[in-house]
Design a protein around this ligand. Structure first.
Ligand SMILES: NC(=O)c1ccc[n+]([C@@H]2O[C@H](COP(=O)([O-])OP(=O)(O)OC[C@H]3O[C@@H](n4cnc5c(N)ncnc54)[C@H](OP(=O)(O)O)[C@@H]3O)[C@@H](O)[C@H]2O)c1
Length: 277
Protein backbone atom coordinates (compact mmCIF):
# COMPACT_ATOMS: atom_id res chain seq x y z
CA UNK A 1 0.00 0.00 0.00
CA UNK A 2 1.28 3.48 -0.79
CA UNK A 3 1.73 5.77 2.21
CA UNK A 4 0.56 9.33 1.65
CA UNK A 5 1.29 11.94 4.30
CA UNK A 6 -1.55 14.46 4.55
CA UNK A 7 -0.37 17.53 6.45
CA UNK A 8 -3.22 19.47 8.00
CA UNK A 9 -4.84 16.04 8.07
CA UNK A 10 -7.44 17.01 10.68
CA UNK A 11 -8.43 20.23 8.92
CA UNK A 12 -11.47 20.60 6.69
CA UNK A 13 -9.90 19.43 3.44
CA UNK A 14 -7.41 17.06 5.08
CA UNK A 15 -10.18 15.09 6.79
CA UNK A 16 -12.11 14.43 3.57
CA UNK A 17 -8.90 13.79 1.66
CA UNK A 18 -7.73 11.12 4.11
CA UNK A 19 -11.08 9.35 3.68
CA UNK A 20 -10.88 9.54 -0.10
CA UNK A 21 -7.30 8.26 -0.12
CA UNK A 22 -8.33 5.25 1.94
CA UNK A 23 -11.26 4.61 -0.41
CA UNK A 24 -8.80 4.68 -3.32
CA UNK A 25 -6.53 2.08 -1.69
CA UNK A 26 -3.82 4.39 -0.33
CA UNK A 27 -2.63 4.48 3.26
CA UNK A 28 -3.17 8.06 4.43
CA UNK A 29 -1.01 9.36 7.29
CA UNK A 30 -2.79 12.49 8.58
CA UNK A 31 -0.44 14.83 10.46
CA UNK A 32 -1.56 17.98 12.21
CA UNK A 33 -0.95 20.32 15.12
CA UNK A 34 -0.21 19.88 17.96
CA UNK A 35 1.82 16.68 17.50
CA UNK A 36 3.12 17.69 14.07
CA UNK A 37 4.31 21.17 13.15
CA UNK A 38 4.95 21.84 9.48
CA UNK A 39 7.46 24.50 10.51
CA UNK A 40 9.62 22.04 12.46
CA UNK A 41 12.29 20.89 9.98
CA UNK A 42 13.06 17.66 11.82
CA UNK A 43 9.38 16.64 12.03
CA UNK A 44 9.00 17.51 8.36
CA UNK A 45 12.10 15.50 7.45
CA UNK A 46 10.72 12.43 9.23
CA UNK A 47 7.30 12.89 7.61
CA UNK A 48 8.78 13.05 4.11
CA UNK A 49 11.11 10.10 4.79
CA UNK A 50 8.13 8.04 5.96
CA UNK A 51 5.92 8.81 2.94
CA UNK A 52 5.71 7.85 -0.72
CA UNK A 53 4.19 11.27 -1.43
CA UNK A 54 2.96 14.29 0.54
CA UNK A 55 -0.24 16.30 0.14
CA UNK A 56 0.13 19.60 1.95
CA UNK A 57 -3.24 20.77 3.29
CA UNK A 58 -1.69 22.46 6.34
CA UNK A 59 -1.98 26.21 6.29
CA UNK A 60 -2.44 29.26 8.45
CA UNK A 61 -6.02 29.89 7.32
CA UNK A 62 -7.29 32.63 9.64
CA UNK A 63 -7.47 35.36 7.01
CA UNK A 64 -8.18 38.26 9.37
CA UNK A 65 -5.78 37.19 12.12
CA UNK A 66 -2.97 36.83 9.58
CA UNK A 67 -2.96 40.63 9.22
CA UNK A 68 -1.61 40.88 12.79
CA UNK A 69 0.45 37.66 12.71
CA UNK A 70 2.27 37.98 9.39
CA UNK A 71 5.43 36.21 10.57
CA UNK A 72 3.55 33.10 11.69
CA UNK A 73 1.41 33.09 8.54
CA UNK A 74 4.59 33.37 6.42
CA UNK A 75 6.33 30.58 8.33
CA UNK A 76 3.46 28.13 7.73
CA UNK A 77 2.23 29.24 4.31
CA UNK A 78 5.44 30.39 2.62
CA UNK A 79 8.61 29.05 4.25
CA UNK A 80 7.40 25.54 5.19
CA UNK A 81 6.27 24.55 1.66
CA UNK A 82 9.77 25.49 0.45
CA UNK A 83 11.40 23.26 3.05
CA UNK A 84 8.92 20.49 2.24
CA UNK A 85 9.85 20.83 -1.44
CA UNK A 86 13.59 20.69 -0.75
CA UNK A 87 13.20 17.53 1.33
CA UNK A 88 10.94 15.97 -1.30
CA UNK A 89 13.34 16.90 -4.12
CA UNK A 90 16.25 15.26 -2.28
CA UNK A 91 14.20 12.11 -1.69
CA UNK A 92 12.63 12.06 -5.19
CA UNK A 93 9.10 12.32 -3.79
CA UNK A 94 6.01 13.95 -5.22
CA UNK A 95 4.19 16.84 -3.49
CA UNK A 96 0.63 18.05 -4.02
CA UNK A 97 0.14 21.49 -2.51
CA UNK A 98 -3.09 23.42 -1.92
CA UNK A 99 -3.42 27.12 -2.57
CA UNK A 100 -6.18 29.68 -2.89
CA UNK A 101 -8.12 32.23 -4.94
CA UNK A 102 -6.83 34.83 -2.42
CA UNK A 103 -3.66 35.06 -4.55
CA UNK A 104 -5.81 37.22 -6.88
CA UNK A 105 -7.16 40.70 -6.26
CA UNK A 106 -10.68 39.72 -7.31
CA UNK A 107 -11.04 42.48 -9.88
CA UNK A 108 -13.30 42.23 -12.92
CA UNK A 109 -15.76 39.44 -13.58
CA UNK A 110 -13.81 37.10 -15.81
CA UNK A 111 -12.95 33.68 -14.35
CA UNK A 112 -9.30 33.53 -13.24
CA UNK A 113 -6.95 31.37 -15.27
CA UNK A 114 -3.71 29.85 -13.99
CA UNK A 115 -1.81 32.17 -16.35
CA UNK A 116 -3.33 35.34 -14.82
CA UNK A 117 -1.07 37.53 -12.73
CA UNK A 118 -1.69 37.18 -8.98
CA UNK A 119 -2.02 40.32 -6.86
CA UNK A 120 -2.99 39.34 -3.31
CA UNK A 121 -4.97 41.80 -1.18
CA UNK A 122 -4.09 40.29 2.19
CA UNK A 123 -1.23 38.84 4.24
CA UNK A 124 -2.89 35.43 3.93
CA UNK A 125 -3.05 35.69 0.13
CA UNK A 126 0.51 36.99 -0.14
CA UNK A 127 1.94 34.24 2.05
CA UNK A 128 0.03 31.56 0.12
CA UNK A 129 1.41 32.95 -3.14
CA UNK A 130 4.93 32.93 -1.66
CA UNK A 131 4.37 29.28 -0.72
CA UNK A 132 3.61 28.42 -4.36
CA UNK A 133 6.91 30.08 -5.30
CA UNK A 134 9.09 28.50 -2.61
CA UNK A 135 7.72 25.07 -3.51
CA UNK A 136 8.38 25.64 -7.23
CA UNK A 137 11.93 26.88 -6.48
CA UNK A 138 12.69 23.67 -4.54
CA UNK A 139 12.73 21.71 -7.78
CA UNK A 140 10.61 18.81 -6.47
CA UNK A 141 8.01 17.09 -8.65
CA UNK A 142 4.81 18.81 -7.67
CA UNK A 143 1.40 20.20 -8.51
CA UNK A 144 -0.34 23.18 -6.93
CA UNK A 145 -4.14 23.14 -6.80
CA UNK A 146 -5.85 26.41 -5.98
CA UNK A 147 -9.32 26.05 -4.46
CA UNK A 148 -11.93 28.64 -3.48
CA UNK A 149 -15.08 28.84 -1.31
CA UNK A 150 -14.61 25.35 0.10
CA UNK A 151 -16.93 23.73 2.62
CA UNK A 152 -16.88 20.33 4.27
CA UNK A 153 -18.11 18.22 7.16
CA UNK A 154 -15.22 19.18 9.42
CA UNK A 155 -14.85 22.93 9.17
CA UNK A 156 -16.09 26.37 10.02
CA UNK A 157 -17.20 27.85 6.72
CA UNK A 158 -19.72 30.08 5.01
CA UNK A 159 -22.27 27.29 4.43
CA UNK A 160 -22.18 26.17 8.06
CA UNK A 161 -22.64 29.74 9.31
CA UNK A 162 -25.47 30.21 6.84
CA UNK A 163 -27.22 27.02 8.00
CA UNK A 164 -26.93 28.15 11.62
CA UNK A 165 -28.33 31.58 10.84
CA UNK A 166 -31.15 30.13 8.73
CA UNK A 167 -32.20 27.82 11.56
CA UNK A 168 -31.96 30.62 14.16
CA UNK A 169 -34.72 32.60 12.39
CA UNK A 170 -34.96 36.28 11.47
CA UNK A 171 -33.76 38.22 8.44
CA UNK A 172 -30.39 37.37 6.91
CA UNK A 173 -28.05 40.02 5.53
CA UNK A 174 -25.91 38.63 2.74
CA UNK A 175 -23.38 40.17 0.38
CA UNK A 176 -24.21 40.11 -3.30
CA UNK A 177 -20.88 41.43 -4.61
CA UNK A 178 -18.73 38.33 -3.92
CA UNK A 179 -19.00 35.73 -6.67
CA UNK A 180 -17.53 32.23 -6.80
CA UNK A 181 -18.69 28.62 -6.53
CA UNK A 182 -19.26 26.82 -3.23
CA UNK A 183 -17.05 23.75 -3.50
CA UNK A 184 -17.28 20.59 -1.41
CA UNK A 185 -13.97 19.31 -0.04
CA UNK A 186 -15.15 15.78 -0.83
CA UNK A 187 -15.22 16.66 -4.54
CA UNK A 188 -11.85 18.42 -4.29
CA UNK A 189 -10.44 15.27 -2.70
CA UNK A 190 -11.49 13.08 -5.61
CA UNK A 191 -9.65 15.35 -8.03
CA UNK A 192 -6.57 15.45 -5.78
CA UNK A 193 -6.43 11.65 -5.61
CA UNK A 194 -6.58 11.46 -9.40
CA UNK A 195 -3.72 13.96 -9.71
CA UNK A 196 -1.76 11.99 -7.13
CA UNK A 197 -2.27 8.73 -9.04
CA UNK A 198 -0.82 10.31 -12.16
CA UNK A 199 1.88 12.21 -10.17
CA UNK A 200 0.69 15.07 -12.36
CA UNK A 201 2.71 18.29 -12.34
CA UNK A 202 1.43 21.82 -12.89
CA UNK A 203 -0.75 24.60 -11.52
CA UNK A 204 -4.52 24.01 -11.51
CA UNK A 205 -7.70 25.78 -10.48
CA UNK A 206 -10.46 23.65 -8.97
CA UNK A 207 -14.01 24.78 -8.20
CA UNK A 208 -17.49 23.33 -8.55
CA UNK A 209 -19.14 24.13 -11.89
CA UNK A 210 -21.12 27.37 -12.24
CA UNK A 211 -20.94 30.68 -10.42
CA UNK A 212 -23.07 32.38 -7.79
CA UNK A 213 -22.98 35.31 -5.42
CA UNK A 214 -23.12 34.66 -1.68
CA UNK A 215 -26.69 35.95 -1.84
CA UNK A 216 -27.57 33.40 -4.57
CA UNK A 217 -26.10 30.63 -2.42
CA UNK A 218 -28.07 31.75 0.62
CA UNK A 219 -31.31 31.79 -1.42
CA UNK A 220 -30.55 28.28 -2.67
CA UNK A 221 -29.89 26.95 0.84
CA UNK A 222 -33.09 28.47 2.22
CA UNK A 223 -35.11 26.97 -0.66
CA UNK A 224 -33.53 23.55 -0.08
CA UNK A 225 -34.37 23.70 3.63
CA UNK A 226 -37.88 24.98 2.93
CA UNK A 227 -37.25 27.97 5.22
CA UNK A 228 -38.96 31.34 4.78
CA UNK A 229 -36.42 34.03 5.65
CA UNK A 230 -36.02 37.52 4.30
CA UNK A 231 -32.67 37.93 2.56
CA UNK A 232 -31.29 41.45 2.71
CA UNK A 233 -28.68 42.12 0.02
CA UNK A 234 -25.64 44.11 1.11
CA UNK A 235 -22.08 44.80 0.09
CA UNK A 236 -18.73 43.49 1.35
CA UNK A 237 -17.82 47.06 2.28
CA UNK A 238 -20.71 47.03 4.79
CA UNK A 239 -18.70 44.56 6.92
CA UNK A 240 -15.28 46.10 7.58
CA UNK A 241 -12.73 43.39 8.43
CA UNK A 242 -8.96 43.46 9.00
CA UNK A 243 -8.24 41.65 5.71
CA UNK A 244 -9.54 42.59 2.27
CA UNK A 245 -11.18 39.80 0.32
CA UNK A 246 -11.39 39.26 -3.45
CA UNK A 247 -14.87 39.96 -4.84
CA UNK A 248 -14.41 37.93 -7.99
CA UNK A 249 -13.41 34.37 -7.01
CA UNK A 250 -14.58 32.78 -10.26
CA UNK A 251 -12.14 30.09 -11.44
CA UNK A 252 -11.58 28.93 -14.98
CA UNK A 253 -10.98 25.18 -14.51
CA UNK A 254 -10.34 24.27 -18.14
CA UNK A 255 -6.78 23.12 -17.43
CA UNK A 256 -7.92 20.68 -14.78
CA UNK A 257 -10.88 19.45 -16.86
CA UNK A 258 -8.48 18.76 -19.72
CA UNK A 259 -6.04 16.97 -17.43
CA UNK A 260 -8.54 14.82 -15.52
CA UNK A 261 -11.29 14.32 -18.07
CA UNK A 262 -15.01 14.41 -17.30
CA UNK A 263 -16.61 13.53 -13.98
CA UNK A 264 -14.48 15.45 -11.51
CA UNK A 265 -16.53 18.64 -11.25
CA UNK A 266 -20.27 18.98 -10.90
CA UNK A 267 -22.65 21.93 -10.56
CA UNK A 268 -22.29 23.63 -7.18
CA UNK A 269 -26.04 23.18 -6.55
CA UNK A 270 -25.85 19.38 -6.94
CA UNK A 271 -22.98 19.01 -4.45
CA UNK A 272 -24.42 21.49 -1.97
CA UNK A 273 -27.81 19.77 -2.04
CA UNK A 274 -26.13 16.47 -1.20
CA UNK A 275 -24.05 18.10 1.56
CA UNK A 276 -27.10 19.71 3.19
CA UNK A 277 -29.01 16.42 3.10
N1 LIG B 1 -11.48 27.04 3.42
C1 LIG B 1 -11.45 27.70 2.27
O1 LIG B 1 -12.46 28.32 1.85
C2 LIG B 1 -10.22 27.71 1.41
C3 LIG B 1 -10.26 28.44 0.26
C4 LIG B 1 -9.15 28.45 -0.54
C5 LIG B 1 -8.04 27.71 -0.20
N2 LIG B 1 -7.99 27.01 0.95
C6 LIG B 1 -6.76 26.24 1.23
O2 LIG B 1 -7.13 24.89 1.42
C7 LIG B 1 -6.15 24.24 2.23
C8 LIG B 1 -6.82 23.46 3.33
O3 LIG B 1 -7.44 24.38 4.22
P1 LIG B 1 -8.75 24.01 5.03
O4 LIG B 1 -9.86 24.72 4.41
O5 LIG B 1 -8.82 22.55 5.26
O6 LIG B 1 -8.42 24.79 6.39
P2 LIG B 1 -8.29 24.27 7.88
O7 LIG B 1 -9.48 23.49 8.26
O8 LIG B 1 -7.90 25.47 8.69
O9 LIG B 1 -7.06 23.26 7.79
C9 LIG B 1 -5.73 23.63 7.90
C10 LIG B 1 -5.07 22.69 8.88
O10 LIG B 1 -3.69 23.01 8.97
C11 LIG B 1 -3.32 22.95 10.33
N3 LIG B 1 -2.12 23.73 10.59
C12 LIG B 1 -1.98 25.06 10.74
N4 LIG B 1 -0.70 25.37 11.00
C13 LIG B 1 -0.01 24.20 11.01
C14 LIG B 1 1.34 23.85 11.25
N5 LIG B 1 2.27 24.78 11.54
N6 LIG B 1 1.70 22.55 11.21
C15 LIG B 1 0.78 21.59 10.94
N7 LIG B 1 -0.51 21.85 10.71
C16 LIG B 1 -0.91 23.14 10.74
C17 LIG B 1 -4.53 23.51 11.05
O11 LIG B 1 -4.47 23.21 12.42
P3 LIG B 1 -5.19 24.20 13.47
O12 LIG B 1 -6.65 24.17 13.13
O13 LIG B 1 -4.84 23.62 14.80
O14 LIG B 1 -4.60 25.56 13.22
C18 LIG B 1 -5.66 22.81 10.30
O15 LIG B 1 -5.92 21.53 10.84
C19 LIG B 1 -5.21 25.36 2.70
O16 LIG B 1 -4.06 25.38 1.89
C20 LIG B 1 -6.01 26.63 2.48
O17 LIG B 1 -5.16 27.72 2.28
C21 LIG B 1 -9.07 26.98 1.77
Amino acid sequence: MTKIVVTGGRGMLGTDLALELRRAGFEPVPLDLPEFNLCDPEQLRRAVADADAVINCAAYTNVDKAESEPALAAAVNAAAPGELGRLAAAAGKYVLHISTDFVFDGSGDRPWRETDTPAPLSVYGATKLDGEHTLAASGCRHAVVRVQWTYGGNGNHFIKKLLERAKAGGDIKMVDDQVGAPTWTRDVSRALVKLLKGQTAGLYHYAAAGYASRLDVAAFVLRELGLERRLLPCQTADFPAPARRPLNSRFDCTALDTQLGPGFRRPWQEALREFIQ
